[in-house]
Design a protein around this ligand. Sequence first.
Ligand code: MN
Length: 417
Amino acid sequence: MTLMTSWVESSNNAETPFPLNNLPYGVFSTNALEPRCGVAIGDMILDLAALEETGVLELNEEPVFDVPYWNDLMDLGPEAWDTLRARLTELLKTDSPEQAAVAPHLIPMAEARMEMPIVVSEYTDFYAGKHHAMNVGTMFRGPENALPPNWLHIPIGYNGRASSVVVSGTDIIRPNGQTKAPDADMPSFGPCKRLDIELEMGAIVGTSSTLGQPITVAEADAMIFGYVLLNDWSARDIQAWEYQPLGPFQAKAFATSISPWIVTRAALEPFRTSTPELEKDLLPYLREPGPMLYDIDLTISIEPEGGSEEVLARTNYNQMYYSAAQQLAHHASSGCAMTTGDLLGSGTISGPKKDERGSLLELSWGGKEPITLQDGSTRSFLNDGDTMHLTGQAQGDGYRIGFGACSGKILPAVKYP
Ligand code: MN
């Protein structure tokens, strides 16, 4: 696969995150337009609601793009997803005979605001990065007991909150919560002191499964509509006090950010790769029938208030021990029904090296090794005013598949009680 060219000139270069090969889906609004579905091409957004209204794009009898979410399109199923991608490619490719009908509906990205791309029906977060689990486990339990006994057999997860999933650019209010210092008699309540990020990928489930009926890993893979970058903001001090025995609760419930563009499974096909070598055989229901991870370069950067952005870590999605398809199959293995709009967080993606760690908890080794920034200040965890950016891209031959940034700025905690 090489760069596919379009009559939208800004999409025809090796650097753009949004060439014709990508065609990621988002929801946007402008001063003149209500939130609606669009597709990114170069530095423009194609207004799909307008194309549908003028009859250039006919996918369904009832309109599906004049709404502020992609759930209606996802509900039409994988055949419709393929039809849409093929039709958009045809409309946007170089020398398309329909250029004149399409061109009036291109909006400069600079004039658009990005909105949440889907209605998140439910959100589940996993713990499926082995380097991350080893690092965190080593910090809390020592290297011998770092991995819990179930870790190599089950993609561990917890049910998170859909209500606090927000789109990139949304400010993050520092949570209040209950904590207890190891030597204190009583817990106390107040602003989180160890506010952190988790660099993750989010898989968006595009079709539903039936209550009571498990699915195979191959079926699970076919149910995934696309992927976004995901920041699973974490209150480490609150988590440390509350998490036993049922897992994280308020420490993860206050916010999860996602990037605004859904990069489809179809766009990522050339970048498929296998999960790393298994340490122990998986039970048959979790075995992968083929490569189901993707080679996606990821970065974390920090932008202090009034300062400039600097990279803290670089890693790759190919470091995960379990793929999203395995996580989805495991999720449905009990008979749990999965639904259109389900969001699965991969778990923190850390690589084996120190500068490949996907959270501040790991980068500062629990606060023991604070990070020094270019302005001379140090961070173990986040300060108010810090903006965190995640980026992701798959590098092809002369083109790249970008995700757009996943960013959020920390605001001070509210006064409570
Ligand atoms: Mn997480």
